[in-house]
Design a protein around this ligand. Structure first.
Ligand code: AMP
Ligand code: ZN
Length: 457
């Protein structure tokens, strides 16, 4: 049974086939802007991309996964100038963004997204300025971009004249009734403010000394959208990107503009667009600008190994559905994962796996139904002789079981701990919890007594 995925461009679920016709797949994910810590909404979209990567591999393909790192943009430059002053150069920008890039990689590892080069290639924008300039110059040469006093802009009118499909990723007839020709310098804008967008932003006083020089383009730096067009092209050698992912907020303007910039140079640019819906808090999108966000550090204050539990929680909702986040849901996910882990290491229920493996594959191959796949995994754990299959499924989903196999001397400490709690000797129970922690185990209180597991760290 083949892998079927929803394609945002065609608005339907279709069979996935890579352009190569062989077993190599080019997967591209828009990465973070590293001006600050990532929030768990961002992480939801990367967990989705990672499950997608694993499911493609599960189907026998070899995935070349590339993610850009936006370390040159309005926000990163502003923060760099705030910290290092007006003298700040690209070197300081690099120093500033290193910090959040490193943190981001650690966050990925915490939610079981491997960051080794075998699995993923990160491409920093500051390392590809020359390639980006080249791409812009080519667009100028072909007549799709024009120079102004404050930079180089992309002409939507010209694109529309030649291709006639600007904005199709958003919906049919996107341009109907809209005026073209105005210009927008900022990277993020609403559909109502449709305008020619900046490919190269001329140096501005607020940029300090963060700029790159160029004979043709002048002093300045790339706009946001152009980096992804250039990085797709150089990463896959001009071959189509098989799958391009991002959060739904990137459909417009970012991905819409990526398509417009790339198609004049090569077609098709992307075969398959996959988007992840938003993580919400109280029914509003989790966002830095809304101030309603949690980072992994915030979650780690609530529970240990929060990344693993957050991943387990995220997979319970289909990636195309909005998902409301609460700390209570996170804690419930942790208990669920505890339960699953206990069952995995105590395979003593009679019964047979039956067609579980088939149903698991069917669920994932039908537009990545991770919730159903988790349910199949849940049925399986605890069944004698099903350990290997459960491990295989967990690997495809990127779920790690908590290690609940505990040596008897640690179990004895847990009994002692519970005894102190029952007698309300909290100073003693707290002390014992610390001692257990030092021995590499975690004891946690739940409504039905304490639970014990090996610490991941
Ligand atoms: P940014 O660093 O803002 O470019 O965002 C990085 C990624 O996170 C992009 O793919 C966004 O679409 C995605 N994203 C941002 N906010 C959310 C959210 N609340 N839920 C899910 N994905 C999000
Ligand atoms: Zn992008």
């Amino acid at each position: 049974m083949a892998l079927r995925l929803y394609n945002t461009l065609r608005r339907e679920i279709e069979e996935f086939k890579p352009a190569s016709g062989g077993n190599a797949v080019n997967l591209y994910t828009c990465g973070p802007t590293v001006y600050d810590s990532a929030h768990i909404g961002n992480l939801r979209s990367y967990i989705f991309a990672d499950v997608l990567r694993r499911v493609i591999e599960f189907n026998g393909y070899k995935v070349n996964w590339v993610m850009n790192i936006t370390d040159v943009d309005d926000k990163t430059i502003k923060r760099t100038v705030d910290e290092f002053g007006k003298e700040a150069t690209p070197e300081e920008l690099r120093k500033y963004t290193d910090r959040y890039f490193d943190e981001f990689k650690k966050d990925l590892v915490s939610v079981n997204i491997p960051t080794d080069q075998e699995r993923i290639t990160f491409v920093r924008v500051s390392d590809k300025i020359n390639e980006i300039k080249k791409f812009i110059k080519e667009l100028i040469k072909l007549g799709f971009a024009y120079k102004t006093d404050d930079g180089v802009y992309f002409s939507i009118e010209k694109y529309q004249k030649d291709f006639g499909d600007y904005g199709e990723l958003v919906g049919e007839n996107f341009l109907a009734g809209k005026k073209t020709g105005a210009r927008v310098r900022v990277d993020e804008y609403e559909k109502e403010n449709l305008s020619d967008f900046a490919l190269w932003k001329a140096r501005d006083e607020s940029d300090g000394n963060v700029f790159w020089d160029d004979k043709e383009l002048g002093e300045g730096r790339p706009g946001w959208h152009i980096e992804c067009s250039a990085i797709n092209k150089i990463s896959f050698g001009g071959a189509p990107t098989d799958i391009h992912t991002g959060g739904v907020d990137l459909i417009f303007p970012h991905h819409t503009n990526e398509i417009a910039q790339s198609q004049p140079i090569y077609e098709p640019f992307v075969l398959h667009w996959s988007h992840c819906e938003h993580l919400l808090v109280d029914d509003r999108k989790m966002a830095k600008s809304e101030g309603n966000f949690y980072t992994l550090r915030d979650l780690e204050k609530e529970i240990p190994d929060a990344g693993v539990s957050f991943r387990y929680l995220a997979l319970q909702t289909h990636h195309r559905a909005k998902m409301n986040f609460t700390i209570a849901a996170l804690k419930a996910a942790e208990s669920g994962l505890e339960h699953l882990s206990d069952a995995r290491f105590n395979l003593n229920n009679p019964g047979k796996a039956g067609n579980a493996e088939e149903r698991f594959a069917e669920a994932l191959n039908h537009d990545l139904n991770t919730a159903e796949a988790l349910a199949v995994l849940g049925e399986l754990t605890g069944l004698e002789n099903s350990g290997k299959l459960a491990d295989k499924m967990a690997q495809v989903l990127g779920i790690t079981f908590f290690d609940t196999e505990i040596p008897s001397e640690i179990k004895a400490l847990q009994n002692e701990y519970e005894e102190y709690r029952r007698n309300k000797q909290f100073v003693k129970s707290d002390g014992l919890r610390e001692k257990i922690k030092k021995l590499g185990y975690i004891v946690r209180d739940t409504e039905t007594g304490s639970i014990l597991r090996k610490s991941r760290k």
